[in-house]
Design a protein around this ligand. Sequence first.
Ligand code: CO
Length: 195
Amino acid sequence: MAVLDVVTFPHPVLKQKCSEVLRFDAELHAFLDDMAATMNEADGIGLAANQVGVTQRIFLMDVPTNRGSGEKEVKTTGRIEVVNPKIVSMRGELKYEEGCLSFPGMSEFVMRAAEVDLEYQDRTGAVQKVAARGLVAVCIQHELDHLDGITFVDRLSPFKRKIAMREYLRQNRELIDDQAMREKQKARRAQQNVG
Ligand code: CO
């Protein structure tokens, strides 16, 4: 298992719409294992494939189910590997303060559906269904948005987005410059390999 690099905004892959997974093979399984190691290392509750540069419809989640209940031991859903997800129904409204591994340091309140019914495929390709509410429902909507090239910042009002982005860019200038530099070097190497 390898820990992969998580890209941060404004990396263009975060704007890409991901494509359906067609093969449920060893390559997929290895990638799912790498995503799990990466999510674990980053201490995230969800991770979408394009956040590690792979534009396929895959996300992982492992969401606390007793957050805020005052209990010391955090209970979670356990790791759920979600391939080709579809939200088949949604109900109610819930405002939750979200963060994102691709926006270090940022957290903003976003309005989501309070309950969702999700259909997806597991790593074997078998169809699974889950009825989620609360933070699990929020996480599903956040991650599914990623696969459509939408980030939680896109869910803010234009005014709030402007303020949040200004603060994010101020706080992460160095990180953003480093990433841009790495991408440029990668592109240059790729070019040299072709030539
Ligand atoms: Co995110």
